[in-house]
Design a protein around this ligand. Structure first.
Ligand code: SF4
Length: 380
């Protein structure tokens, strides 16, 4: 199983909490597009032995580019790589730019999953965190998406926002249930330095809910999603049966992926070695290096076997199905229940993990204190 990630670093306006690599500067969209196409073409011969099962076009806001751009990128990907017939192909979108023209072009090129950033169904909160869409824009985007053929739709939501209450959080989720959205990604706000929201909180102008309130919002939200037929299958991800995101599952299975575009990350087995690298996060460097037919790769690193094993544990335990013992044995020739027996014993005593015939699975307590649990594996 292998995936492709394509990064589109443009957004109409930066959200107040966002530190992703994205800019409200469309004057460089054309240059970026040309460079991205070059990158795709350069990787084509290097990836000819791989079959890709998922594609994820993320950002930024992919749908904020010029009409025709996403379709052209999809065509380039299909020309360059072997993408399996039943591949899951996702594009992210912002509700305000998910119009009929853009969504139709995605469907026409085989995109079959749409991930919409809603964050909250409370327009007042959306404005406060600098989102440029409203709840009504989301309704319109979903209606349009369904009309042009999307059935597999995700909504991203956030908790712990300034002024947010548990009731407001639950209202957002109930709204998504009423819209019959089959997949929900639910994240706690992370206050990132160098963002307007960070400055505003530090200056005392904006107050965030305290951590206990945020934890209560999370628990209440997770419970109501379970009650409404959404299964938590990863720390922050919930799906109706059959709608789990295959692209992200591949990350949590520590599978191979090729990242394309600014600051994208890759993990590939190259000549037998598990290898990670990333692209530059500087747009000028990205464009110039590809202009000179050079891949803008940085930080290439061969991962030692023990570290690859730990990565596989760390990522696998994010899933509620846990780390598959069979897959681990197939990959490393060792049973993780044996290799990590001392760490597992300690965690079992703490009620944080359980070991079944098939998997190592974190309990609810283990999920709540995941970092503490993982440190045991690291320290061993
Ligand atoms: S739309 Fe997403 S990527 Fe763009 S600024 Fe907002 S949070 Fe960041």
């Amino acid at each position: 199983m292998a995936g492709i990630y394509v990064h589109i670093p443009f957004c109409k306006k930066k959200c107040a909490y966002c530190d992703f690599i994205s800019f409200p500067d469309y004057s460089r969209e054309d240059l970026y597009f040309v460079a991205l196409v070059k990158e795709i073409r350069q990787y084509a011969p290097l990836m000819k032995d791989r079959v890709f099962d998922t594609v994820f076009i993320g950002g930024g806001t992919p749908t904020s580019m010029k009409p025709g751009r996403l379709a052209a990128i999809m065509r380039e990907l299909k020309n360059a790589f072997t993408i399996s017939e039943n591949a899951e192909i996702t594009s992210e979108a912002n509700p305000e730019s998910a119009d009929e023209e853009k969504l139709s072009e995605l469907v026409a090129e085989g995109v079959n999953r749409l991930s919409l950033g809603l964050q909250s169904a409370d327009d007042r909160l959306l404005e406060m965190i600098g989102r440029i869409h409203t709840k009504a824009d989301f309704v319109k985007a979903v209606d349009t998406a369904r009309r042009v053929g999307f059935t597999n739709i995700n909504a991203d939501v956030m908790h712990g926002l300034p002024g947010q209450t548990e009731e407001s959080c639950l209202d957002t989720l109930r709204f998504l249930f009423s819209m019959d959205i089959p997949h929900i990604s639910s994240y706690a706000l992370i206050l990132e330095e160098n963002t307007p929201l960070y400055e505003s909180v530090k200056s005392g102008e904006t107050a965030l809910p305290d951590p206990d309130e945020t934890a209560d919002m999370e628990d209440a939200g997770f419970l109501v999603m379970e009650e409404n037929g959404y299964r938590r299958y990863e720390v922050s991800n919930f799906a109706r049966p059959g709608f789990e995101c295959r692209h992200n599952l591949n990350y949590w299975n520590n599978g191979e992926y090729l990242g394309l575009g600014l600051n994208s990350h890759s993990a590939l087995r190259i000549r037998g070695e598990w290898t990670r690298f990333n692209n530059t996060d500087d747009l000028t460097e990205y464009v110039n290096e590809l202009g000179g037919d050079k891949l803008p790769v940085r930080n290439t690193r061969t991962i030692p076997r023990d570290e690859e094993m730990f990565e596989t544990v760390m990522l696998g335990l994010r899933k509620t199905a846990g780390l598959s013992r069979g897959s681990f044995i197939e990959r490393f020739g060792e049973d993780p229940a044996v290799k990590y027996a001392p760490a597992i014993s300690e965690l079992e005593l703490d009620g944080m993990i359980k070991v079944t015939d098939d998997a190592l699975v974190l309990t609810k307590r283990g999920m709540d204190f995941q970092n503490e649990a993982l440190i045991k594996f690291m320290d061993q």
